[in-house]
Write a protein of this length. Structure first.
Length: 391
């Protein structure tokens, strides 16, 4: 039993470590955003400017509707609402190619993103309506989401928000630019996944043996999943260009990119979040059992962990399947509507790639369970180590 005089001291030390780790995570996140990626302004010339605009008038006389598809040209009158040219009105056009996924339809009152080409005299040479303006809505949704988490979860919500922003910063500012610079996608993704796993798990679980158990189990699952993804991707002969815009990267001058490795890295990167969730659930359950029954043997602790992991892993695998299914719902519906035989469907590279992506990810989840239980038996089940205070 933990001495009552020691318990407050243990809680105080754990809180201090918790706060310090939060501060370090915030500092790292800030550094990610401060340091340049080297790709800033790669598509923007020195004489161009972005501004927010509002559509005042629309002329659809040159627009042709063919069923659900529209082709032709919209004539637009747009007022600039931000920047040095605020208040000016210009005429522009919106060309529709007949592809719903790429075309934009504007109506009077729409807020739009405008790209202005500036002349040598400082005036507007040309203006193009790029897309609907969604920056303000995106910021609002993020703030609402963060506020909701903090309101419901309190201090834990603050740590969740930090881990959320840290993950986005690490992917956008570190991982993706590194792969564009020539880093092998698998190697780069493993490194970033290890960093994300450490930060997220220790933020949520604290710098404790519980957190160490979850980290060990999760990283073991990531490494094994990456090996499985490598094997099955090559065995299924998936070329890697099945992901949207993958081929466009090659045509943009990044011919050094290995699209197969990019596909493989996406498999274990996408499933790593579920692995963290599963490993933390198992580690927390084993840690709580050890606190309630300090005299429990390592063997019995492992048995309890196995019992917990079987229930959690069963639902989590189905959760991952449902999460991935949204990516290829329309594709499967198209094949069904066309009456294509199932054997033909299964052998299509698009379908095979999703099968590998989904099943290998589920493989990883199933593997995380015993790995976390084994790690928990070693880390949490040592009777000679002082029991951690209840968090």
């Amino acid at each position: 039993m933990v001495n009552s005089a020691v318990k407050p001291s243990g809680l105080k030390n754990e809180t201090r470590r918790d706060v310090m780790f939060v501060l370090v995570s915030v500092l790292l996140t800030a550094l990610f955003f401060i340091f340049p990626t080297g790709f800033e302004g790669a598509s923007q010339s020195a004489d161009s400017l972005r501004a927010r605009g509002k559509v005042i008038e629309v002329n659809n006389e040159r627009l042709l509707s063919i069923g659900p598809v529209k082709q032709g040209e919209q004539q637009l009158e747009v007022e600039i609402r931000s920047g040095p040219f605020k208040g000016e009105v210009f005429s522009g056009s919106n060309n529709l190619m007949g592809k719903i996924e790429l075309d934009k339809i504007f109506a009077p009152g729409d807020s739009v993103l405008v790209v202005l080409s500036i002349s040598d005299e400082g005036g507007i040479r040309h203006a193009q309506v790029y897309d609907h303006y969604r920056t303000g809505k995106t910021v609002f949704l993020c703030v609402l989401f963060f506020a909701f988490i903090i309101l419901i979860m309190g201090w834990m919500g603050v740590k969740i928000v930090i881990s959320f922003v840290f993950t986005a910063a690490a992917l956008i500012r570190i991982l993706f630019p590194a792969m564009l610079r020539g880093w092998d996608p698998i190697f780069a993704a493993v490194l970033i996944t290890a960093l994300l796993t450490a930060v997220i798990i220790f933020l949520v679980g604290g710098l404790t043996r519980r957190g160490l158990t979850a980290f060990a189990g999760s990283m073991g699952g990531v490494l094994l999943t990456s090996a499985l993804a490598f094997f099955f991707t090559y065995w299924f002969k998936i070329h890697g260009a099945v992901r949207p815009f993958s081929e466009s990267l090659l045509y943009s001058g990044y011919t050094h990119l290995n699209l197969v490795h990019l596909f493989i890295s996406g498999i274990f990167l996408a499933s790593s979040g579920a692995m963290m969730d599963l490993s933390m659930d198992i580690a927390s359950a084993m840690d709580e059992i050890k606190k309630q029954y300090p005299a429990i043997s390592r063997v019995n602790l492992i048995k309890s962990g196995v019992s917990v992991s079987r229930h959690v892993a069963g639902t989590m695998s189905t959760t991952l399947l449902l999460a991935y299914s949204a990516e290829y719902t329309a594709m499967i519906m198209t094949f069904i509507a066309q009456g294509i035989p199932m054997e033909n469907v299964i052998n299509m590279v698009w379908v095979s790639s999703e099968v590998v992506h989904t099943l290998v990810g589920c493989f990883g989840l199933v593997l995380v369970a015993p790995l976390t239980v084994f790690a928990g038996g070693i880390i949490l089940g040592d009777p000679h180590k002082h029991q951690e205070s209840r968090s």
